[in-house]
Design a protein around this ligand. Structure first.
Ligand code: THU
Length: 136
């Protein structure tokens, strides 16, 4: 897929951020991605009184990917309440790697070239590493 609907993804990510549940940090995060079927999937961060149980927007988005029957993420936009792109946290980079791999494109804002997940998570450990390393 070469034509990424970045403007649509930004709109969807902002709408998802508006639905975040973030009463503790007050950082409202929304994520939107186009997947292999062409569908747009979204997620919001969902915090918890037990802080460590918080779900990042990207994790919610991966759940939506499976819900719509998609398998691969192609391009992703993550925004905070101020509408500017934010960098996925380290845990989310690994979660995204499972479903987008090194070529997943990450929005950096209008007029700025997207980054690849390879750039954000170089030398990643992923599904391809398991078969060759498992003891028989
Ligand atoms: N957050 C995300 O949703 N995604 C990220 O990649 C960075 C952090 C959320 C988690 C928490 O609810 C809030 O931002 C502040 O850390």
């Amino acid at each position: 897929m070469t034509d990424i609907p970045w403007a649509e993804l930004r709109r969807a990510a902002n709408a998802a951020a508006a639905r975040a549940y973030a009463p503790y940090s007050k950082v409202h995060v929304g994520a939107a991605a186009v997947c292999d079927t062409g569908a747009v999937v979204v997620g919001s961060n969902i915090e918890n009184a037990s802080y460590g149980l918080t779900l990042c927007a990207e994790c919610s988005l991966v759940s939506d990917l499976r819900r719509v029957g998609g398998t691969r993420l192609i391009a992703l936009c993550v925004v905070a309440g101020d509408s500017a792109p934010i960098a996925p946290c380290g845990r989310c980079r690994q979660v995204l790697f499972e479903f987008g791999g090194r070529d997943l494109l990450l929005d950096q804002g209008e007029d700025v070239a997207p980054l690849t997940l390879e750039q954000l998570l170089p030398h990643a450990f992923g599904p391809d590493d398991l078969p060759t390393r498992a003891n028989q």
